[in-house]
Design a protein around this ligand. Sequence first.
Ligand code: NAD
Ligand code: GLY
Length: 369
Amino acid sequence: MNPAPRTVAVGGEHPYAITIAPGLLHDAGALAAQVRGRHALLVSDANVAPLYAAQVREALHRARADLSIGTFVLPAGEASKTLAQFGHAIEALAALGASRDACVFALGGGVVGDLAGFAAACWMRGVDCVQLPTTLLAMVDSSVGGKTAVDIAQGKNLVGAFHPPRAVFADTATLRTLPARELRAGLAEVIKYGAIRDARFLQWLRQERESLLAGDDEALALAIAASCEHKAEIVERDPLEQGERALLNLGHTFGHAIETEQGYGSPDNDNLNHGEAVAVGMVLAARLSAALGMAGEDDAETLRALLRDYGLPTEIPAGLAPEALLARMRLDKKNLAGRLRLVLWRGIGRAEVVPDVDEAAVLAVLRAG
Ligand code: NAD
Ligand code: GLY
């Protein structure tokens, strides 16, 4: 028998629930109840669609025989999070004849979630989006909080909108088909919550490493729920990232620079994926904090060792020039008035946003990195 679903409520102006349990993609009643009108577009990628799209379509049809359901499948990987694929998703909504009460279902990882969410944000100035995350990373981070976006050659997530989902259903049974590398990438974002604001959670992650890496259902469900609670608490207070939400970007300015400079990751190349780049970025942020006298070197080393023990990279990949990475960092969305604004920390669990960070100090860390 499946365990009872865990739920995390996200409050604020547009409240919604995150439901976490195995088997949710078969829950015809719960999925169909999200569709206010007659049109649903299922967006997925070429890895996930063959595994799970039929069951979602079948569940929707079972509960609502009147629904017109379209499907749009993009190639897997970050390289698909483009304006061109966004355009194709919009065309799929047009072909479906989707009206303002249509619902977009984002079935996949963060790439699908961000792109489908952005299409939902833009179609007729905004239709409903239900997130059906199938990677750990999407369950603990990208499906929650309403940030939607696509990448452009100049940088990641530079074109997008805030568009909170109508609901999030994290079917943890889908994690059983997730490649081990992608599971580890998700664990990097789980570790991020501990690094930012919860030293005890980080301690728990140290203890549960083997069960989490082995894909233990109960340990993963606990990690997902705890991560979603952290994220919900922050985004309901600061949905538009005018303050504390920026803390969720620990390691991201460095990580996005690596991703952009390397060329985005895909199943066909060895470039770092998002979670891996964030792992490296968090180590660099911790080292920079130490270099600026905000925190001890020992905290940076503790975080690095934990990420390494989780099988995550902790060094800048070979061949990336520090100056080029710094140039990428100058285009980060957190920067104000052309000055670098980074998430650093005072030690484990105590992240803070630091305006106007000295570029020479950043460059020194990148050179050592
Ligand atoms: P992803 O969507 O590329 O998925 C990773 C890989 O796993 C892909 O090849 C995908 O096809 C495959 N996959 C997905 N689910 C599977 C399953 N159940 N079984 C087998 N294969 C499966 O990557 P991701 O790590 O999920 O997401 C990364 C993206 O999320 C980045 O673009 C990042 O910028 C974005 N992101 C957004 C937010 C936000 O707040 N919106 C937060 C964090 C990350
Ligand atoms: N992943 C960062 C955020 O949602 O704000």
